[in-house]
Design a protein around this ligand. Structure first.
Ligand code: CO
Length: 132
């Protein structure tokens, strides 16, 4: 059902600065850069084997990422699992007592369908599911 950890989302204040730092760490440029207007974020993906690190900066004060950084500072924001079938994964999550967060737009980076599970129902971890 869950195929692998697709990526770890990390909230940052300054995406350019973070990309510079991670480029030095990974010794390569970001594999993917994208602004997702509907989610009010800019993202940079760095592949690390089967998984990626997703750096996220909010693009508006009311962006969930901006609010997260305001409240908690920079750091790990979510863990994302790749799934074959998002609807089936959501059904399994609900069976496990985990609740999806209602969203107006279900397209994430790369145009893939995504959903988030509320951390209050998962043991304190914001979980993203991406259908790939
Ligand atoms: Co993500």
């Amino acid at each position: 059902m869950l195929k692998k950890i697709d990526h770890i989302g990390i909230a940052v204040r300054d995406l350019d600065a973070a990309v510079q730092k991670y480029s030095a760490l990974f010794r390569k440029p970001a594999d993917h850069l994208e602004e997702i207007a509907a989610q009010k974020v800019s993202v940079a993906m760095f592949r690390a084997g089967e998984s990626s690190v997703e750096l996220l900066q909010g693009t508006a004060d009311d962006s969930p990422i901006s609010r997260f950084v305001e409240k908690n500072g920079e750091g790990i924001h979510h863990i994302c699992y790749a799934v074959a079938d998002l609807n089936a994964a959501l059904a399994a999550a609900e069976e496990a007592g985990m609740s999806p967060i209602p969203q107006e737009n279900d397209r994430g980076a790369g145009g893939y369908r995504i959903a988030f599970l509320h951390p209050k129902t998962t043991g304190g971890v914001l979980i993203e599911l991406v259908e790939k």
